[in-house]
Design a protein around this ligand. Structure first.
Ligand SMILES: [Zn+2]
Ligand SMILES: [Zn+2]
Length: 233
């Protein structure tokens, strides 16, 4: 029987990976590269800051896997999986992640793992800071008989909820009782426009839109709209 030797360490072996023993192959082959540390700003609402933009996530786990994967450099014939222990977020949180790369060399499977530390840094996102700061772009004034007002208010809430994934400023800042009705403060004037259209389509509503400029923000005029929805019985 022909004996095989690793040309790098001279060890006798019966399996060679691209001409080297398993240990030497694992030491020298760069089939996966990961950074030692990855830090991401994460808001309590689950959004994370990536490339200076806040993005919505399905879960923290999904976010970690996606961010780690985008930082892994690997050959296309290499499969990568991630392993980490369950964790809870409490302030700045460090999650050790093991990245395991698997490839087939000469018909034999070989695995190589690399460690990295994923750091979650709590920070309030743009949406949450606007919500807590009482930000609004539009006021919907609902006027008319009480039971009809309730219906329109429900519609407003439904539309805001419906668009919250596509328009991050689709939120209600506050609902306030007002003379003859209720005022709803909204984070997005675009959503306010949709509410106007929908309430007119579904209910017997007359609307009146008033635009106003209320100061400047970051060098831009801050426009607010007030939409009066008057419901007939
Ligand atoms: Zn060797
Ligand atoms: Zn947030």
């Amino acid at each position: 029987m022909l004996r095989k030797f690793c040309p790098r360490c001279a060890k006798e072996t019966d399996e060679l990976f691209e001409g080297l023993c398993r240990d030497c192959y694992l030491e020298t082959a760069k089939f996966v590269e990961v950074p030692q540390n990855i830090s991401v700003l994460v808001c309590r609402c689950g959004r994370s800051n990536e490339k200076k933009k806040w993005v919505q996530n399905v879960s923290v786990e999904e976010m970690i896997e996606r961010v780690v994967m985008s930082n892994v450099r690997k050959d296309k014939d290499t499969d990568v999986r991630q392993e980490y222990e369950p964790f809870g977020i409490n302030g700045k949180t460090l999650v050790p992640v093991c990245v395991v790369a698997r490839r087939v060399v000469g018909g034999r499977e070989i695995e190589k793992s690399a460690q990295l530390v994923f750091t979650i840094i709590p920070q309030t996102c743009d949406v949450c800071s606007r919500v807590s700061g009482g930000y609004y772009e539009a006021i919907i004034q609902i006027r008319g008989p009480v039971h009809r007002r309730e219906q329109v208010l429900e519609l407003v809430k439904r539309i805001v909820d419906q668009y919250k994934d596509t328009d991050k400023f689709s939120f209600i800042t506050q609902v306030q009782d007002s003379k003859g009705g209720v005022d709803v403060y909204l984070g997005s004037s675009k959503i306010a426009g949709k509410i106007e259209q929908e309430s007119k389509r579904i209910y017997n509503v007359a609307s009146k839109v008033t635009h106003s400029v209320c100061g400047m923000k970051d060098g831009r005029a801050l426009n607010r709209i007030t939409i009066l929805l008057r419901i007939s019985d």
